[in-house]
Every structure is written in structure tokens, then in C-alpha cells.
Design a protein around this ligand. Structure first.
Ligand code: PMV
Length: 309
């Protein structure tokens, strides 16, 4: 029996823009997905047992993507499941919300579980490459930021390129955040494709927004490293407006963002693929975190209290 795990993540700046080569900042969160991989004595194929908790309908909606992801990863790892049967069980504390990196965490956990079961001893860099291959099933042409945060943890600066740039960012101490869940399962692949289409259709408008997002993330990195949380929050608000402008937010996400700001969060934005899924509010200090989370819960949303950095 092999075991593995992968962290959940939150994108703090520039989801979507990152697909097109603009730098982004993400942080792993403390919660992780686990996978147990078992080789069976007879039979063939992969049997998936999904014991993760989260948004209703998530596992069903993602089942085909998940199967494809596992098949892609097995091929890359040289595990021939037409000749051998594997049982893969997913569990752990990370809820299956859209926008929290559940798919990437799952890919990383399974890659590590397979490596463990077959005694491959794969290093993190290889696990990250394999998880990226799995992520392609969920996101089409993903940037790679999700699997990178899921593999290495911590706060990362990520820029897609022929050779991805991955830099660890250090902040003075972890900061409380609240992730509000819309309860809507989003299809990242479709939302990413929609941005590409609109970018081609409205080149002037989109290149202006993309340029602003690029300038913003460099300033945001500095504010994070200086631990200037008020400014980080202000930049998160600006980033949310840019994401609204490329039409990847939604009414419910905007509502959650408003609740967070109205209750004192210095910054709040949608996070991940958008059009559903989650948003993130920066809520330094346990008291503010609790106030914001409770305000969301009072309106019937699920709020996750965790930290970045
Ligand atoms: O919704 P999530 O958690 O899968 O995040 C997707 C992030 C995007 O930037 C929209 C896509 C990508 O590949 O980076």
C-alpha cells in the first residue's frame, strides 16, 4: 500500500492571467488531500474511491476528469493498468471546493502514492511534472501554478514559460484568511477557454487589463514581502476588479467579496477559476477572521478559516 498527500492552495494574485504568462502569487494552505494507492493481485484498471468531503455534486461532476487525470499520470509513470488493477482512495482534510486546488492536490497525492507503492522514490520536481500532466484533464491547458503550490507548499511566485519560474516568497509570519465558498462547482476548463476567446476578440481591451495585472502583481509581491497587509489587501481588491473585467467572477462571488469588505477585511477577491468556486478574504488576526467568517455563515455560505505563508 502506498500513501501520498498534496496541499490545497489559494491564488492571491492573477489567476487566469497566469495562463498567458503573467506572473501570479499563490499560497498553499494547511489542509491537504491524501491518497492511498493499492496494487491488487488480479484484474486490471483503476478503481477510484472518493471519500473527500466538500461541495455537493463535486465528485460526480469531476469524475470523468479525475479518471482521465489518473490515466494520464499512470502512463507518465509507466504503470500499465491494462495489465494490473489499482485501487485509489482519496481522503484528507481538504474539502472539494472549486477554486481551492482540490484537483491539483489530488493529482499530487496520487502521484506520491503511486511512487510509494511501486518504490519509485520520485523527487518533488518529478511529482510536480506528473501532477501537471494530471491537471491537464481538469483544466485543459493549465498554467501549472496549482500543482506547484500543491507539491511544494508555502508561498510561491509563479511565471509560466518555456521554463516556468518558481520562486519561494518569505513573509514574516502566517496571515489568517477566510475562503468563502459559493457552493457552485465550476468548470475551470470552460472558464479558461472563455478568457482566451474574449482576449482574441477584444485585443485592445484585454491587453490593457493584462498589462495592469502584470504591473499590479510586482507591487503586490513587494507589499507581501514588506508585510504591508493593508496594501496587500488594497491590491487584492484591485485584482478582483481586473478579474471582473475579464468576466470570470460571478454575482455570488461578488456578494461574498462585499460581505468580507463590509466586515473589515482589508482585501477580498475571487480565487481560482471563478464563475463559482471560492473567494478569499485577507483577515489578519483571529478576531477579524472570525468576524468575517461568521458574517458569511450568517448568510448561508460555507467559510473556511485558514492561513497563508
Ligand atoms: O479553479 P482552480 O483552483 O483549478 O484554479 C484555476 C486557476 C487558473 O488560473 C484559472 C487556471 C490555471 O491553469 O492557472
Amino acid at each position: 500500500m502506498g500513501k501520498g498527500s498534496g496541499y490545497g492552495k489559494v491564488i492571491l494574485f492573477n489567476e487566469h492571467f497566469v495562463v498567458h504568462g503573467i506572473p501570479a502569487v499563490a499560497s498553499a494552505i494547511r489542509l491537504a488531500t491524501d491518497a492511498i494507492v493499492k496494487r491488487l493481485d488480479s484484474g486490471s484498471g483503476i478503481t477510484i474511491h472518493d471519500e473527500r468531503m466538500g461541495t455537493e455534486g463535486y465528485s460526480e461532476a469531476k469524475r470523468e476528469h479525475q479518471r482521465e487525470a489518473l490515466e494520464r499520470m499512470m502512463r507518465m509513470m509507466g504503470v500499465n493498468t491494462s495489465k494490473m488493477a489499482l485501487d485509489v482512495t482519496g481522503g484528507g482534510e481538504l474539502p472539494t471546493f472549486s477554486g481551492i486546488g482540490a484537483s491539483a492536490a489530488n493529482c499530487v497525492a496520487v502521484a506520491r502514492g503511486v511512487s510509494d507503492e511501486f518504490g519509485m522514490g520520485l523527487p518533488d520536481d518529478r511529482i510536480n511534472e506528473i501532477a501537471y500532466e494530471g491537471e491537464r484533464a481538469f483544466a485543459g491547458n493549465p498554467s501549472g501554478i496549482d500543482n506547484t503550490a500543491a507539491t511544494y507548499g508555502g508561498l510561491v511566485w509563479f511565471k509560466r514559460g518555456e521554463q516556468n519560474v518558481i520562486e519561494r516568497l518569505k513573509i514574516k509570519q502566517p496571515v489568517e484568511i477566510v475562503m468563502g465558498n459559493t457552493g457552485v462547482v465550476a468548470n475551470t476548463k470552460e472558464v479558461v477557454a472563455g478568457v482566451r476567446e474574449r482576449k482574441e476578440k477584444y485585443p485592445d481591451k484585454y491587453s490593457k487589463i493584462f498589462k495592469e495585472a502584470e504591473e499590479l502583481v510586482h507591487r503586490a509581491r513587494k507589499a507581501l514581502e514588506d508585510f504591508d497587509l493593508e496594501t496587500v489587501g488594497e491590491y487584492m481588491n484591485q485584482n478582483h476588479a481586473q478579474l471582473q473585467a475579464i468576466e470570470v467572477s460571478s454575482e455570488v462571488l461578488n456578494r461574498l467579496v462585499d460581505i468580507a469588505r463590509d466586515h473589515g477585511a482589508p482585501g477580498a477577491k475571487m480565487t481560482g477559476g471563478g464563475r463559482g468556486g471560492c473567494m478569499v478574504a485577507l483577515t489578519p488576526g483571529k478576531d477579524l477572521q472570525e468576524t468575517v467568517a461568521q458574517a458569511m455563515e450568517k448568510e448561508g455560505f460555507v467559510a473556511l478559516r485558514t492561513t497563508i505563508g
